[in-house]
Design a protein around this ligand. Sequence first.
Ligand code: GLP
Length: 259
Amino acid sequence: MAEVVIVENPAAAGALVAAEIGRLIARRADAVLGLATGSTPLPVYSALRSQLEGVDVSHVRGFALDEYVGIDPSHPESYRSVITREVVEPLGLTPSLVHVPDGSLDGIEQAGAEYDAKIRAAGGVDLQLLGIGTDGHIGFNEPGSSFASRTRVKTLTEQTREDNARFFDSPDDVPMHCITQGLGTILEARHLVLLAYGEGKAQAIADAVEGPLSAILPGSAIQLHPHATVVVDEAAASKLTLADYYRYTFANKPAWQGI
Ligand code: GLP
């Protein structure tokens, strides 16, 4: 099963994961990072600023999980803009090495297969950051997504559109469709790191980590991965049956193993 690490707060989660990414980049200057959007990975990105200070990151590559379909890439809430603003610029990554699925309507039929081919050509993702939606989605793989799915166009649920309305002027402005790495694509990354904070994510985390494997809860796909780490605060961990066991095993884990 996934390794669960319970931390005090989002800043501690950010520091822990940023340290792991730092170790990865030290090993491999052209590491391939799987980037996530939403508010959850932000503490990781901000901890990475100091973690990577003085490190040559010009060869680091990146692949975002998803993008809205039909949104102007220059819209401040397009995932292209978010990744540029939150990751590429502050960390000083090379923009041409950081990819986001192409959500433009022109060529959308092929965009998924092309994105998967790009990931493959890069040798796959080394470390994939993931958040989780309140309905258990990862990337934009909504409930019902196949565990074997590849990057493709999906329709957002009403709940996800409502959850994401806070980023737009009006709920109606949230796009109806998205293009997202599939669960099968995500599972090919060498290390999955799923983060979540707050009460509102507790049920989705318990279902993803300890519930049955089911397409109704796309996050449960992480149970199929040989190296998945779930980093949660106390509130997001509050519905985990084995929380004490996770605390005990992590407290007794040799530090050199990282996460
Ligand atoms: C969005 C993103 C997901 C993200 C999720 C949770 O829909 N496509 O990648 O994990 O919502 O968002 P947040 O981290 O803001 O809670």
